[in-house]
Design a protein around this ligand. Structure first.
Ligand SMILES: *[C@@H]1O[C@H](CO)[C@@H](O)[C@H](O)[C@H]1NC(C)=O
Ligand SMILES: *[C@@H]1O[C@H](CO)[C@@H](O)[C@H](O)[C@H]1NC(C)=O
Length: 261
């Protein structure tokens, strides 16, 4: 085999080698993404990161358990991963947000977005009875071109729930019900948080396990109906799961997001 044909083979092998992270703050860069464990609610009662992502009373017993995330494959703008967790106690407390964050789909003003295509194909490989967890995008916008999620730079936190099991609810209260956006039906929840507004599209009906949409339709809906300024910048797009309690093997077989201007 000539070196020129051997090299791509080696690269592909490296890209598809499964790696597992299990520490509370572990992250794994892969292609255009960063896969992070983010066990913010496990024991650190004072963590601000996502502390208010969902409308919860942050109780003292925040929970016990464990979680690991495995990078299954990565190929440029497509990524596949699994998250395994077991969480108990603090039924109203989010324990973590295992997620992938795009390192390229950001820094664009809403008015400049022509499309923001995303696909997310996922399922529960296993799940305990009565599990309380969401599977959701967490999209951060602000006045500045860049800013960390859940920071002083955040103006809006836009969540898109593809699943919310066990009676959990987004921040705030419903401001629109049964709305159709991007070919799916949602209830829109809205409420304030630290220094930003949370706008959550919560799926109505069955889990959406094969999501293939243009996120710009959500942004345009919010500009037209919720007073979100089109001069806001996308600062971060994340996709993952917030477990409260239960045991699960959550499998994402294909995920991608990009912004076209
Ligand atoms: C995650 O759970 C699945 C299903 O139970 C199992 O096959 C896999 O080995 C687990 N992964 C890790 C890293 O524990
Ligand atoms: C993932 O989705 C992309 C489209 O964005 C497709 O081209 C690719 O074949 C898919 N990969 C897998 C493993 O299904």
């Amino acid at each position: 085999m000539r070196l020129s044909t051997l090299l791509p083979t080696l690269v592909l092998t490296a890209l598809t080698f499964a790696q597992t992270i299990s520490g509370p703050t572990d992250c794994l860069p892969a292609g255009n993404y960063n896969l992070c464990q983010n066990l913010w609610g496990r024991a650190n009662l004072h963590s601000r990161y996502f502390m208010f992502m969902v409308g919860i009373v942050f109780r003292r017993q925040s929970g016990v358990g464990s979680q690991s995330s495995t990078l299954t494959s990565s190929n440029g703008n497509n990524i596949a991963w699994t998250t395994n967790y077991t969480w108990a106690n603090g039924p109203n407390s989010v324990k973590s947000y295992a997620n992938v964050e795009s390192s390229v789909a950001k820094g664009v003003q809403l008015s400049a977005i022509r499309s923001a295509p995303t696909i997310w194909t996922w399922h529960y490989g296993t799940q305990s009875q009565g599990i309380r967890a969401d599977v959701a995008y967490d999209i951060w916008t602000g006045i500045a071109r860049s800013g960390a999620p859940a920071s002083s730079a955040s103006s809006y936190e836009i969540m898109i729930w593809l699943s919310g099991l066990g009676g959990i609810q987004p921040v705030g209260s419903p401001v629109a019900q049964g709305i159709s956006v991007a070919g799916h039906t949602w209830d829109l929840w809205r409420g304030p948080n630290t220094n930003w507004q949370v706008l959550s599209f919560k799926n109505v009906g069955a889990d959406i396990t094969n999501f293939n949409v243009d996120l710009n339709q959500f942004f345009q809906y919010l500009i037209q109906n919720q007073g979100v300024s089109s001069s806001q910048f996308i600062q971060s797009i994340q996709a993952g799961s917030e477990p409260f309690t239960g045991t699960a093997n959550l499998v994402t077989s294909n995920y991608s997001v990009s912004i076209g201007t």
